[in-house]
Design a protein. Structure first.
Length: 319
């Protein structure tokens, strides 16, 4: 079994970057655009360098310019706009709910402005809301139905992610917590799978952050192609539920808990997980944060990266 680490999703902004962006947005101080851009660049470079130094399988730029998981996508699609502030799950963070007037169409050239993909160049990973979660969080007008929205969203997303400016993009993480909460029907699952197939050309990881996905796993294991990855949040989903994924070749586990400032012992974590994971027969295992690192301060997020590296290293040694 190969054990690797990665940390996709939104990274928290460092204190200095928070200070500058807040001053710029509120107008409490004059912040030259170049100074702000250089601050974003400096943190992105540090975050990327840490991941590369730790030998992560895929590299995230931290998505530092994303105010929430939806915003840059809403600005990059026609017939969609940022709507009212809405709470993200049971957290103290909010997002602008998508206002959907018609089926989304891609608006090229905007999304790359919200990334630092050129600093990564290869093995780039980007996390976006999955189609089910996008539809569940949307405020739909007129005759737009959820199934059609999922299909159109993934078509638009495929076009946006194929931009030459995102040339190094290899892995797309689709976060689907609202899918685990909804208990979708077989028909909904089929439409969802067909929507994801529109993201051809990218390796896909389907994640279930901050939710117990155990009730959903049997159905997904049956319909998901073998080459797609699962990511299960082990701070919410019982370890025993992984037996439903037996013989899946690829698996992602959320093990570094973003709900706490406690720093896990990576080696100890690996010794606990190792025997249970080997029984599943996975060829590749990816250890990850339980959810976006944005839920912890930046200095703590950097320590969580060390936990992931130590966990992956010990799992590899024990395999």
């Amino acid at each position: 079994m190969k054990a690797k680490a990665m940390a996709p999703g939104l990274c928290p902004r460092a204190e200095e970057l928070v200070r500058l962006t807040r001053a710029a947005e509120l107008g409490t101080a004059r912040v030259p655009r170049r100074e702000l851009e250089l601050a974003f660049l400096a943190q992105a470079e540090e975050f990327i360098s840490l991941q590369k130094g730790y030998g992560f399988a895929y590299i995230s730029d931290g998505q530092l310019k994303w105010k929430d998981p939806f915003r840059p996508l809403l600005l990059s699609m026609r017939n969609v706009a940022p709507g009212p502030l809405t709470r993200w799950l049971e957290t103290n963070t909010f997002f602008r709910a998508p206002l959907v007037s018609s089926l989304p169409k891609p608006k090229p050239g905007i999304l790359p402005r919200y990334t630092h993909s050129r600093l990564v160049q290869e093995r780039y990973v980007l996390e976006v809301p999955g189609p089910f979660t996008f539809a569940a969080c949307s405020i739909r007008e007129g005759a737009v139905d959820a199934g059609g929205l999922m299909l159109a969203y993934c078509s638009a997303l495929s076009s946006l992610l194929s931009s030459p400016s995102l040339r190094g993009l290899e892995l797309v993480c689709l976060n689907e917590p609202y899918m685990a909460l909804a208990s979708p029907s077989e028909r909904q699952l089929e439409v969802w799978r067909d929507a994801l197939k529109r993201l051809e050309g990218f390796r896909l990881l389907v994640g279930f952050d901050m939710v117990d996905a155990s009730q959903l796993l049997p159905s997904l294991a049956r319909i998901m192609p073998e080459e797609w990855l699962f990511k299960v949040d082990l701070t919410r989903t019982p370890l025993e539920a992984l037996s439903m994924l037996r013989s899946r070749r690829y698996m992602g586990l959320g093990v570094a808990d973003v709900d706490t400032s406690l720093l896990e012992d990576g080696a100890q974590l690996a010794r606990f997980l190792g025997p249970r994971i080997r029984e599943l027969g996975a060829e590749e295992l990816y250890v990850m944060p339980s959810a976006d690192l944005r839920f912890v301060p930046y200095e703590l997020a950097k320590e969580k990266l060390k936990v992931l590296r130590a966990t992956a290293d010990e799992l590899l040694r024990l395999s």
